[in-house]
Design a protein around this ligand. Structure first.
Ligand code: AMP
Length: 416
């Protein structure tokens, strides 16, 4: 039997209802705040990701599903959504009529990482991106929306980690201070960090290898090198979060090690996840639109790991599986034909109705109704047709009431 690809997964009925609930909660919230949905393809030219995410990142170096198409052009299954949204914004000149745009998108991403709990090779993200606004209040709004979404999903053990990466004006000083520090601990770093440290020392701060983490204790903090404008921006983010009562800590090691990223970066952590504690990450990338060939337009956004969100939400939310309101236990061909018509009419009226189409006995039909969790069972056989009355059984109270066959669909809707 052909099995699922390693690191990929099926989301089966029973679990998918929670995903639908999360999706509905998220889209309602985002739409209430004026965000519009954008849908982008799952495959793009490899160059787009290489240029936006960066050549010297784990994603681009090791994790992308890249292959030449029949003409030999390199294609990649998207490892994230921001690059594609930027491409669409530039390509369709969405900035020309109004540079301020607020988008959300939900969909699968692909990264060839080592699969483990909470880490997949096809995983889903919920993305929010705002273009054209430099104000730190947008960063506050994004973090506030994240915190609100988690609260609405009954996830309360939540903390935002925030940092600032400065701007092209103040970051170079920090970079050189960091480089000096890295040179002093250079022999303790992993091979990736050793290779990347000169070109992109910020990446070393982001390395998850325990030896590198340890070596970087005592590294200089970017927050000591911010220019007055970046400091101001960061202060407004902090005071905005305080006034909206979003819990946060400042984490000077939280970086996105690419030049396009500027100022605010953040992650949302929750105690429920253990080692993979980040459920979402984001930040400001004021240089990216320009770097991808568009005008100089500021931008900021985040990605939520849907799979991780669903794992935590499953601990705190009910089962959302929709159970049938009615099961029609019909005996004999005539009854089945009538029952089939009623079940179609009830379905159209929004009443979830199931019946047996395989000629089972009353006993096994009752068993199935019970297994499906039906609230009521309507029993219909030759005798009931003769007497023009079916029996409606309440599966919780076990109470049985006769119900006339004339206008039965309407009568059922009144009774249940
Ligand atoms: P990133 O795009 O790397 O900033 O990731 C944003 C969020 O996506 C993370 O906080 C995770 O929750 C989630 N995520 C990233 N990679 C994976 C993966 N391989 N499997 C599941 N979730 C992931």
């Amino acid at each position: 039997m052909i099995q699922l690809i390693r690191g990929f997964k099926d989301i089966l009925p029973g679990e998918v209802e929670l995903w639908q609930h999360i999706e509905k909660t998220a889209t309602t919230l985002f739409q209430d705040f004026g965000y519009k949905e954008i849908r982008i393809p799952i495959m793009e030219r490899t160059d787009l990701f290489a240029r936006s995410i960066g050549e010297d990142t784990d994603i681009v170096e090791k994790e992308m599903y890249t292959f030449p198409d029949r003409k030999g052009d390199l294609m990649t299954l998207r490892p994230e959504a921001t690059a594609s949204i930027c491409r669409a914004y530039i390509q369709h000149k969405l900035h020309s009529s109004d540079p301020v745009r607020k988008f959300y998108t939900i969909g699968p991403m692909f990264r060839r990482e080592r699969p483990q709990k909470g880490r997949y090779r096809q995983f889903y993200q919920i993305n929010l991106e705002v273009f054209g606004i430099e104000s730190p209040l947008v960063d506050v709004e994004l973090i506030f929306l994240l915190a609100t979404l988690l609260t609405r999903l009954s996830i309360f053990d939540v903390q935002a980690h925030i940092n600032s990466l400065g701007c092209p004006k103040c970051r170079p000083q920090f970079k050189s201070a960091l480089k000096n520090f890295i040179d002093s601990v250079g022999d303790r770093l992993c091979s990736d960090c050793t290779r990347r440290k000169d070109k992109n020392p910020l990446r070393v701060l982001d390395c998850k290898v325990p030896g590198c983490k340890e070596a970087m204790i005592g590294a200089p903090s970017i927050l000591d090198h911010l220019c007055p404008e970046c400091l101001d921006h960061f202060e407004t983010v902090k005071s905005g979060l305080k006034s909206l009562q979003v819990p946060f800590i400042v984490d000077p090691r939280l970086v996105r090690g690419l030049d396009y990223y500027t100022r605010t970066t953040f992650e949302i952590h929750t105690g429920a996840l253990g080692a993979q504690s980040a459920v979402a990450g984001g930040g400001r990338y004021d240089g990216l639109i320009k770097a991808l060939g568009g005008p100089r337009i500021p931008a900021t956004g985040f990605a939520i790991g849907f799979d991780r969100l669903a794992e935590i939400a499953a601990m705190n939310n009910d089962n959302f599986e929709r159970k049938p309101t009615l099961f029609i236990a019909a005996l004999g061909e005539k009854s089945s034909t009538m029952a089939f018509e009623w079940s179609c009419a009830l379905g159209l009226a929004g009443v979830v109705c199931e019946m047996d189409l395989t000629g089972k006995s009353l006993k096994s039909q009752m068993k199935r109704a019970h297994r499906l969790g039906a609230k009521y069972v309507l029993i219909l056989g030759d005798r009931e047709i003769e007497e023009n009355t079916a029996i409606l059984r309440n599966m919780t109270t076990k109470e049985q009431t006769p119900i006339g066959l004339d206008n039965i669909v309407e009568s059922i809707q009144v009774k249940i």
